[in-house]
Design a protein around this ligand. Structure first.
Ligand code: CP
Length: 327
């Protein structure tokens, strides 16, 4: 793998390899000393031209835990604020001997363009409203662990009840339904998830008001609806998306209250989730708008598991790109 720009570029074998390596990396989180020599001598530059808490910190942790030298560059503190072009900034940092750039940029397509200018590997950490492939990978990692745990519970219950084993293969994405709900128009997370989940074999239901549907969504191969309640009853995972007010320059829905009523994961909808269904949200959340605190903090919420998975999956991605030593 030379770059990670789009979830759609990954084959099933590549996704499986990244998720399996992330499982190995996951064990490091419970160790008192979180350090592997894997990427010793490698330099990773995190270039974030848009704000981030989870992605930037977890990439930095991922690099540091694998002994890479990690450097953070932001738009404000770099010479881009003096008018230097992205291309010149990239060429300058590439010339210093960078091994990998992790880039978040406000313009869709900017990261793919940047990857053509440099010798280093490039990871798309979110470009405009286009893609966020490592988010989709960490979502898949979290869901796979949830499906596996659910299957193991089912099997042990079945064994206890009648001595039979049940639920083999339940950790697979085949036959699973994932509802992705909310501001699809401005979401790079939904695009990457749809592409990744298509390869993994799950069914994706997209739920949004007509004003927040992207152009061409009917070509994405998903069921599209504005009926959240019907989707809720069919779903193994409900992924709520943030209402991205900072990207909204107009009235996309009449009032916040009406949005919550129709598209929010309220306490009432939480109570109607299928048994064993889980809640995801990529964060940051608007509590009280697209998700209630009751749902965000519920026992079946995987939101903090997603955050934890972010470090493991990004370790795995850096490992796949930069190659580790057998140590
Ligand atoms: N989910 C996500 O990309 O969060 P950050 O913007 O905090 O990185």
């Amino acid at each position: 793998m030379r770059h990670l720009l789009s979830a759609g570029d990954l084959s099933l074998a590549e996704i499986t390899s990244i998720l399996n390596t992330a499982e190995e990396m996951h064990t490091i989180q419970s160790r008192p000393i979180k350090k592997l020599p894997t990427l010793r001598g490698r330099t990773v530059i995190n270039m974030f031209f848009e704000d981030s808490t989870r992605t930037r910190t977890s990439f930095e942790m991922a690099g540091k835990w694998m002994s890479a030298d990690t450097i953070n560059v932001t738009g404000k503190g770099s010479s881009t604020s003096k008018g230097e072009s992205l291309r010149d900034t990239m060429l300058t940092l590439d010339a210093m001997g960078t091994d990998c750039f992790v880039i978040r940029h406000g313009s869709s397509g900017a990261v793919a363009q940047a990857s053509g200018w440099v010798k280093a590997h490039v990871v798309n950490a979110g470009d405009g409203t286009h893609e966020h492939p490592t988010q989709a990978l960490l979502d898949a990692f979290t869901m796979r662990r949830h499906f596996r745990a659910r299957a193991e519970n089912g099997q042990s219950r079945a064994r206890a009840e009648n001595g039979q084993s049940r639920g083999l293969g339940e950790e697979s994405f085949e036959g699973k339904t994932i509802a992705i709900v909310g501001d699809l128009l401005h979401s790079r997370v939904v695009r990457s998830n749809v592409l990744l989940q298509r390869t993994l074999g799950s069914k994706v239901i997209l739920v949004a008001p007509p004003t927040l549907l992207p152009t061409g969504v009917d070509q994405w191969g998903c069921e599209v609806t504005d009926d959240f309640d019907a989707a809720l009853e069919a779903s193994d995972v409900v992924m709520m998306l943030r209402v991205q007010r900072e990207r909204m320059h107009g009235g996309f829905f009449p009032t916040a209250r009406e949005y919550t009523e129709l598209y929010g994961l309220t306490p009432e909808r939480l109570a109607r989730l299928r048994p064993g269904a889980a809640i995801c949200h990529p964060g940051p959340m608007n509590r009280g708008l697209e998700i209630s605190s009751e749902a965000a903090d519920a026992a079946n919420s995987l939101i903090l598991d997603q955050v934890t998975a972010g470090v493991s999956v990004r370790m795995s991605v850096l490992y796949h790109l930069l190659g580790g030593s057998p140590e």
